[in-house]
Each structure stands twice: as C-alpha cells, then as structure tokens.
Design a protein around this ligand. Sequence first.
Ligand SMILES: Nc1ncnc2c1ncn2[C@@H]1O[C@H](COP(=O)(O)OP(=O)(O)OP(=O)(O)O)[C@@H](O)[C@H]1O
Length: 236
Amino acid sequence: MMKRKSNDEREKIGKVNDNIQLNGFLSGAGGTGKSHVIKTACQCAQKLCKALGVKFDKRTIVVTALTGAAAVSINGETTAGAFAFKRKVKDELEEFKNTYLVIVDEVSFASVEDMELLNEKMKQIFDNPWEPFGGVPIVFSGDFAQLSPVGGRPLYKSEHCIVWKEYLNAFMELRTNHRFDKDVNWGAMLGRFCDVGLSTNCKEVAIINTRVVGARSGPRERNIPFDAVYATKTKC
Ligand SMILES: Nc1ncnc2c1ncn2[C@@H]1O[C@H](COP(=O)(O)OP(=O)(O)OP(=O)(O)O)[C@@H](O)[C@H]1O
C-alpha cells in the first residue's frame, strides 16, 4: 500500500493542523474574489515550495472546478477530469502521492451525486477509504446564489448529503465586492438581488431597463464602449 504522508517533503511543509483535516467552504457573492484567492494561494504555495526546495506541480495543489470555463479561469482542470469521474481509478495512486490540497471551484454546480462520487473517487485515488475525501484537505469554493447543477439536486436542497452537511469543518466568506470597484452603485444593486430577489416592479429592474441597448429610451449601440457588458433585447 502506498504511504502518502511520510516523505521528507511532507514533513517540511507540515499539515494545516496536525489533527484536523481541513474540509472548507470559501463562499462570497460573484466578484468578491473567490477565484482571486485561489490563484493567489496557489502562487504563495508555489513560492513557499521553491524557497523550501520542494517540487511544486499541478498535483501538489489540485486546482479544479465543476465546469470547464471556471477551471480555465483559475488555471485548473475540471473536477471530473482530475478525479476520474468517468473512468476506473487505475494509475492515479502514483500521480497524486504528493498532493497536499484539493480545490473545487463553482461548487454550486455540483449535485449530491457529484459530491458523493468525488468522495468515493478521492478515497480510491488517495488509497484511504476511512477518511472523508481520502484524508486529503479540500476547499470548495462557490456561491449558491449562482447557477445550480444541470439535472441534479443542488447540495443545499438535500438533507441527506452527508458529504456536504457533515464533513465540512471550516467556512470562509468574502464580503467586499471587487468586481464593481469602478461602479459601486451597480455592484450594490446586484448585491441586493441576492439578498431580496427580483420582482418586475422593483426600482432596480427599472434602472436596468434604462440601460437596454437599442430600446426606445435606451443607449444606442454605437454610443457604448466596445468592451462594455450590456443588456440587449435580442440575441447578438
Ligand atoms: N482583494 C482584491 N483586491 C483587488 N481586486 C480584487 C481582489 N479580489 C478580487 N479582485 C478582482 O475582482 C474581480 C472579481 O474577482 P473574482 O473573479 O476572483 O471573483 P469571484 O468571487 O470568483 O467571482 P465569480 O463568483 O463571479 O466567479 C477580478 O477582476 C479580480 O481581479
């Protein structure tokens, strides 16, 4: 059986905590910097490894996301691809023997079934069926106010998903929205949607409607910056 935590490199870095395996959830509304934190944490870890003379590669911290687009934005890979969701675990033991941390971004896309499969696959890959996620620290990131899984039960709707309800032991929430640093009012307005939801007669919807490009009272397409994000009545 492969021994995972006994080599010199692991001793040098140490674990997050000697007794408790981190199973964390990093949350925050869109734009609060979840992806930024993931990328920055990986860069810091890479620098630390370099300073310690420890090898750092894409298996030292396994950076994944539930969707391909989200994975690209954090320089990672899909969770399904990294952890063999669609194939038998075979040669992965060696590949993952120096993994210290797993990151799973856009967790709102995960169904209960995805989460259970991830737990099972990680137990196989890390050769440890006794501990959650094969005994490897894991951080999920995402925002349940964003998109839900396609065709599966969202995690927050399931009372019985032990993997999600009982294994997590750390919660981190980012609260400052950086995406709208240059348009604070717009950012605050989107934040309110999250808190109170949308109704067609609320003043925020009226404000958005004044910005529909091409509508009678809205701005003309030629008058907006070429790289602006805008609402339009029809598909472009
Ligand atoms: N601490 C920070 N200081 C300055 N800018 C930041 C900070 N955190 C994030 N940003 C910037 O804010 C923008 C949004 O960040 P990011 O994409 O990481 O948010 P997110 O929470 O992952 O959003 P989403 O849920 O939509 O994926 C990016 O342009 C990022 O560079």
